[in-house]
Design a protein around this ligand. Sequence first.
Ligand SMILES: [Fe+2]
Length: 332
Amino acid sequence: MPPKQHTPPDLPPMKDLTIENITDNVHTINSKCPDPRLQFLLQRLVNHLHDFARETRLSVAEWEKAIEFLVDVGKISTDVRHEFVLLSDVLGLSLLVDGINHPKMKNSTEGTVLGPFHTLDAHHVEHGHQISHDPEGEPLFAFCTVKDTQGKPIPNVAVDVWETDSKGFYDVQYEDRTTPDGRAIVESDENGIIQFKAIVPVPYPIPNDGPVGKLLERLNRHCYRPSHMHFMFKKEGFDRLITALYLRGDPFETSDAVFGVKDSLVIELGKVGDVEGLADKYGVSPDTKLLRYDFVLITEEEAKQVQEEEAWKEAKRQDCNLKVVNGLIVPQ
Ligand SMILES: [Fe+2]
């Protein structure tokens, strides 16, 4: 297909190129972008990329190496191997973007990284279901509630849960995987309760046999994540919450390779017998480890309002003819 633009565009002339004015030249040629948000994103991206090159005096060899690295990240990526997500995670970008988009509000549960192991094929299961079939795993009973910021239980929330097996591997890391394991979707009941059986999470290395693993090695960084269980909450009218619970005392609690740990998400496991009536009611041995947590979701409206406020704060901080449309900063 021939390119859409055949005639020279109606643009101010670009300046004769120098290291100093190349950035303005790129902005000039991008200035006819009809999408103001895309134009703004590209303008800031180019600013930072160019400053990065100027400030570091980036060598051609380093630039080539970086391109080669990104190509390798693409080559190893598949439907179930999300190397770009992993790269974003180890650079702290995933957590940053999540924090910007889901600012903590009132008493709501904080979000954290999605990670590269969420899949879309988890089965919907009944309450009390065993989501992990690893016989080596230490049994765990999860008993949680899902409420709104007023403390009202939220029924019918689809709660996606996923964890590794006892060796620290997700099901998708096994080549002979035939069906999802260590993951399921449970729906909260009329009291906002979800309960299921699983295994006690263990620490695990993020995939380190690819380009991201090699990068961590070059940086002299370990590749471990502390023991955790992932949760994703979805219900119409509520802001989607992606979070995880971490076990206190884990050796990697304070040095998570992907920066996911937040104080409010660190828990201590109890025993089912600690809560009166729980063992009998749900037919679980009192000695079984117990994961208890009360999740609090914010509504879409609440999320929208706080995002709008935060975006305006940032637009005003930059003080350069910016406004906010639908929670996103765009040029005036
Ligand atoms: Fe994980």
